[in-house]
Each structure stands twice: as C-alpha cells, then as structure tokens.
Write a protein that binds this ligand. Structure first.
Ligand code: HAM
Length: 434
C-alpha cells in the first residue's frame, strides 16, 4: 500500500469542527478592532531575511534558531515571517503610511522552528495590531483597553495583565551593564542558556524559568530604578490611566520580551490554564524600530495574540464550536428532491442569516433525521409527498421534546426568524409567497 503523507511536525490542520471557534475569535476581534477605528493590512508571508535580522535582533532565539529561511532561485535569502510587526513596518515605510498616525491590524499564519508542545507550534496564527506615529501613553492605555474589551466580548474573564517598562535605549544600556556586573560572579550557577545570554542578551536572563537562576535574580538590580524622568513619567501616567479606568494589572519587573525592538511599555496577558504557554497576547512600544528599518523616526506600539491559545482556552470552558447550521432540510420522495432545493433557495432569499443544510443523496426518513441531528442543527424541516400535496412544510425542534408542526411558507419564515433571531427580507413583489 502506498504510504500516506502527513502534515509537518508542529503544523496543524484546522478541521471543520474547530473552524467555528476560530471564526468566532476572528469575527469578534475584527468587530472590536473596527469599533476602535483600526484598519486591516495584509502583507506577504515571505520577506527578505534581513528584515527580521534587523528588527527582531540578531541575538534573539527567533533569529538565531527559529527562522524558516531559504535561498530562492535567484540566490536571495528569504524567510517565512516569524511574526507580523516587521512586515507591517516595512509596508508602512514603503507605502508612505507613516506620514500620519496609523492604527492597523492584521491576522494570519506565522512560522517559527520551535520545539512543538501544547500551545507552541511551528505554524501558528496571530491577530496583531500596530500603531504608528503616537507617542503615548494615551495610546498605550487605549491598546490595553481594547484587549480587555476583546476578552470580555469573547467571554474570557480569567486573564491577568502584566506590565513593565524597559525604559529607553540609554537607560537600558546602563541597566544592562549593572545587571551583568551583578550576575557575573554567579555565572557558574546560571542555567546554560542564561550563561550564554550573559554575553549576548543579558536582559533575557530575567525571563529565565530555571529555579536556580530565579533565586539569583531575587537580588538583581531593577530596571525601574534606573529610569530617567521621562520614562518614569510615561510609565506612571500609564499605570494611573489604567487605575482610573479600572483595568487591573500587575507590574512585573522581570517582564522582558523575546524580541529586541521594544522600549518603554511592554505587556502580556496571561492565563494559568494553559500550562507553560500561558501568554495569549503580548506586545509593547517599539519607538526606535521604524527608523532602524529606514523610515523617519516615528514612535510605535503594538501587540499580537495567539489564536491557537485562545481557541484552546475557549474550547476548555466548554464553549465549544457553535454548530455550523441552524436547520436541516429533510427531503422525501422523488418530487421533493428538486422541490427541497427550490424551497431552500426561497428560504435563503428571505432569511439571509439562516444557515440551512439540504439533505443530498436521499435516504430514509430515519437516516435523514439522524443526519439532521448530527449536523448540530436546531431544526429539521421536512418536505415529503404529504407536505407537498398540502403546500406545507414540516418543522421539528431537534433540541426540544415537541412534535412536528406543519406550516405554510410565510409562517415558517416568521417562526425561523423569531426562533433564530435572524433578519427577514420582505418578498421582492407581492404574490411571491407560498
Ligand atoms: P510574541 O510574544 O513573539 O510577539 O508573540 C505574540 C503571541 O503569539 C504570543 O503571546 C503567543 O500567544 C503567540 N505565539 C508566539 N509564538 C507562538 C508559537 N510558537 N505557537 C503558538 N503561539 C505562539 C510578537 O510576535 C510581536 N510581533 C507582538 C507585537 C506586535 N509587538 C508589537 N507589535
């Protein structure tokens, strides 16, 4: 037998029974973002490798070991995007979008060659937001308000907001030197990753999950203590704003991000319910990146959320996928085959929001009802010889112990509209009714 081909490790098919949950998250996010005046942008999945090297940072895990990079037929080094910010900034510079403030969002697959585990994949999906040209901290606050609204809209109550400030470049350099000075005497006791980072990217050591390293970090100097007046004021205004708007947060002085472009505000939304991969959304300011990529100096802030992680969270709470259909049309007898398709067209004309599945491929009354039940539909509609004779359509609520009722077309339209809360379109001209 020919061997079948499987999906690549860490890359997953999203099967129809899960897609409803994805669409629910995507649609809710789009509605919230639109309500805040954000506009969608779509950029390529592939960019020149240098874009990511220059933005994410040469000594980050992503650039050092997680990029899907390859030479194209022309010999240029290209990479599948590991995140969306770099491409979004590139596009904004290239098309002159940074002349005015911009509030943008995007969604789509990202690729990182990570060790796959629960909540961590090699192809994963983000919804991301980037704002260009606003210094904050008002926009920092708006962005956090927006995410808080999104969790509320999705029905997620149990996320924790962690907040930190990384200061500006100079402050970070001062802090970096102090941190290295503090850690160097402990170098032998640091975990191997942190020991390596002592030379390359010491701030990331703060993020270490190793208990031994964490113990050493207890006495480490704090970035908050080396902030200058401006950075301090930015952070204090941000915190005061969140207090005033009743957004709960926790300041986590160890919160540093895995990408190098951040400065000042950084934040993460975290859940305890997904184990080690509990960060569902993360972001912060990156005021230097646009200039670093060749644009004129422009402040910026953004975040991205991981859709897989939200899907898992929502799936856990038993808020499983909404059924894909509202009604299933059972068709019995030769004449009913075509008549059921005609009836379905008329119903779709009148009830554009109705999700209606027509039985195809025949089958007994019992078999068709079984399919109706399996489809998740709330109602079975029945069109057989008897109904056709009388000009009526049967309707049975599959989720309630009630008998089939036979209704004329207009009454059926009214009942479905009412029960399913979908809009009714009036007939195009009089006399089109049943
Ligand atoms: P990030 O922290 O690398 O930031 O990713 C943001 C979110 O994407 C994470 O919090 C997580 O939910 C999800 N995520 C990341 N990697 C994986 C993975 N391997 N599998 C599943 N989910 C994952 C960024 O990407 C920045 N571009 C965010 C940003 C936008 N900052 C400013 N603007």
């Amino acid at each position: 037998m020919t061997q079948s081909i499987q999906a690549i490790r860490g890359m997953h098919d999203i099967l129809p029974d899960r897609v409803g949950l994805w669409q629910y998250i995507e649609d809710t996010a789009r509605a919230v973002l639109t309500a805040y005046g954000y506009q969608e942008i779509r950029t390529p999945l592939v960019e020149v490798t240098e874009l990511f090297n220059r933005s994410i940072g040469e000594v980050t895990d992503i650039v050092e070991k997680e990029m899907y990079s390859f030479l194209d037929r022309h010999g240029d080094s290209l990479s599948l995007r590991p995140e969306g910010t770099a491409g979004c900034v590139r596009a904004a510079i290239e098309h002159g979008l940074i002349q005015q403030p911009q509030r943008l969002w995007y969604r789509g697959p990202m690729f990182r060659y990570e060790r796959p585990q629960r909540g961590r994949y090699r192809q994963f999906h983000q919804i991301g937001v980037e704002v260009f040209g606003l210094l904050g901290p008002d926009i920092d606050i708006e962005m956090i308000l927006l995410t808080a609204r999104l969790w509320r809209s999705l029905g997620l109550g149990e996320l924790r907001l962690e907040l930190n400030t990384l200061g500006d470049n100079t402050e970070r350099q001062v802090y970096r030197a102090r941190l290295v000075e503090y850690l160097r005497p402990y170098a032998d006791r640091l975990d191997p990753d942190s020991r390596r980072r002592l030379e390359t990217n010491p701030l990331r050591i703060l993020d270490s999950k190793d208990p031994g390293t964490q113990e050493i970090l207890v006495g480490a100097p704090r970035l908050l203590d080396v902030l200058g007046a401006e950075s301090r004021a930015h952070f204090e205004t941000l915190c005061a704003g969140l207090d005033a708007l009743a957004i709960a947060y926790r300041i986590n002085p160890r919160l540093v991000r895995g990408l190098d472009y951040y400065n000042r505000t950084v934040f993460e939304w975290i859940t305890e319910q997904l184990g080690a991969q509990g960060t569902v959304c993360a972001g912060g300011r990156y005021d230097g990146l646009i200039a670093q990529l060749g644009g004129r100096p422009t402040p910026a802030i953004g975040f991205a959320l991981g859709i897989e992680r939200l899907v898992e969270l929502l799936g856990q709470g038993n808020r499983s996928a909404h059924p894909a259909v509202d009604a299933y049309l059972v068709a019995l007898g030769e004449r009913a085959d075509i008549e059921s398709l005609r009836l379905a067209e008329r119903l779709r004309d009148r009830l554009p929001g109705l999700r209606l599945l027509v039985n195809c491929g025949g089958g007994s009354f019992k078999a068709q009802f079984k399919r109706a039940d399996k489809s998740g539909a709330r109602f079975a509609l029945v069109l057989g010889e008897a109904e056709l004779e009388r000009g009526l359509i049967g309707i049975k609520d599959l989720r309630a112990p009630e008998d089939q009722r036979d209704l004329d077309f207009e009454t059926l339209v009214a009942v479905l509209a009412d029960e399913l809360s979908v809009n009714v379109v009036m007939p195009a001209s009089a006399g089109m009714g049943a």
